[in-house]
Design a protein around this ligand. Structure first.
Ligand SMILES: [Ca+2]
Ligand SMILES: [Ca+2]
Length: 373
């Protein structure tokens, strides 16, 4: 990388932003953005505090049951580990250390510790369950060495949990975890729609592959795979698997990121947008999950935690306005959407979009970003 120019990857978010502008801004208003210089995509780099907003990934692994599953689970754990390393996030696993029978206690202690001593500037916490689920007709549980734990146990341990949270339960019979764990600033993904889908779930195998950033899963081509995209990709792979085998699918994944406990099925999405909701008046799922990315693209890495959070909020407000547009009328819509777009433009500008149309000398050397990644 030389001077203020980013490698091509860095442009993806810029184009994503422009496409947002094109969709939502009145054509006559484009001059405002031109004034701001955001139509001159020249990049420079600013140094960021690497640890702020750092993601923590905690994987909990079931005992293998049958050997063929054990191998698949361990493979998935390795993929998660690698993706987490690529992301510069912290990785932790329960269920790997030989000879232990207290996985449930370990998980409870780990989560309660997080509740008691929240890391102030930490980013999202991702809890990933890889393995077998069980259902005895009343309670759905996740299988670990020693006593298993249920959705209700997990909900109890997570009371007061303050970090943005993603729970990804890739096991069979995981559906109840979505209903029980749904909440504000939480994303819950389950491999099955209910507790009755008790057969081995393949969803997690595909999910572990996708989350590291494979191209096939990158629906919006911004060079990163969001939680939502990993969900959509994995569900699609599962569906294809059963279709090819000529068998009825025994697993149907769900996602909830609106906190209402009503999950959305993958086939209700067109691209990355949900076109249906499971209850009248409910917010569509998927928008928040599309803002959760484990391995960010080059451009995204330049934004500070505050900038990302602010941008995410602004994007959300813009989508809410789009939904209300017919109700509030065009004039009000444009009046309200414009300042939001301008603020996003300013955020992007501050990490490298030139405001004067000329190439800026970088304040921090471009290499600083490369070293971090
Ligand atoms: Ca993407
Ligand atoms: Ca929902």
């Amino acid at each position: 990388m030389n001077g203020g120019f980013a490698e091509p990857k860095g442009f993806f978010n810029f184009f994503r932003f422009l496409s947002v502008v094109n969709l939502f801004l009145h054509p006559r208003r484009l001059w405002v953005l031109t004034l701001l210089g955001v139509l001159s995509p020249l990049f420079s780099v600013s140094a960021q505090d690497a640890d702020k907003g750092k993601i923590s990934v905690l994987v909990v692994l079931s005992p293998e049951g049958a050997e063929e599953y054990g191998e698949k689970f361990r493979e998935a754990v390795e993929l998660w580990k690698k993706a987490t390393a690529d992301a510069g996030a912290s990785f932790d696993a329960i269920g790997l250390e030989p000879g232990r029978e207290d996985d449930r206690e370990q998980l409870e202690a780990r989560l309660r510790k997080e509740v008691a001593n929240p890391e102030k500037e930490a980013g999202p916490f991702w809890l990933v369950l890889i393995g077998h689920g069980t259902f005895d007709g009343r309670t759905a549980k996740f299988n670990v060495r020693g006593p298993d734990f249920s959705d209700l146990d997990l909900a109890e341990w997570l009371k007061g949990f303050d970090r943005p949270l993603a729970v990804i339960n890739t096991a069979s019979a995981s559906g109840p975890f979505l209903t029980t764990l749904a909440g504000e600033d939480r994303i819950v993904i389950t491999a099955t729609k209910s507790a009755f889908e008790i057969f081995y779930a393949r969803f997690g195998e595909f999910f572990a592959k996708a989350i590291g950033g494979i191209e096939e899963a990158d629906v919006d081509n911004d060079d990163q795979v969001s939680l939502l995209e990993a969900f959509l990709y994995s569900a699609d792979q599962v569906a294809q698997f059963y279709e090819m085998e000529g068998r009825l699918a025994t697993e149907h994944a769900l996602i909830d990121d609106t906190g209402d406990g009503f999950g959305t099925r993958p086939d209700w999405f067109e691209g990355i947008r949900a076109t249906k909701v499971s209850k009248e008046g409910a917010q569509p799922d998927g928008e928040r999950a599309h803002q959760f990315v484990l391995v960010p693209n080059e451009f995204e890495r330049r934004l500070s935690l505050e900038q990302r959070e602010r941008r995410d909020k602004l994007e959300q407000q813009i989508r809410d306005l789009v939904r209300k547009r017919a109700e509030i009328g065009d004039d009000a819509y444009y009046a309200q959407v414009e300042p939001l777009l301008l603020e996003i433009a300013q955020i992007y500008e501050s990490v490298g979009l030139s405001s004067d149309g000329e190439k800026k000398e970088t304040e921090a050397k471009a290499g600083a970003v490369d070293k971090k990644s």
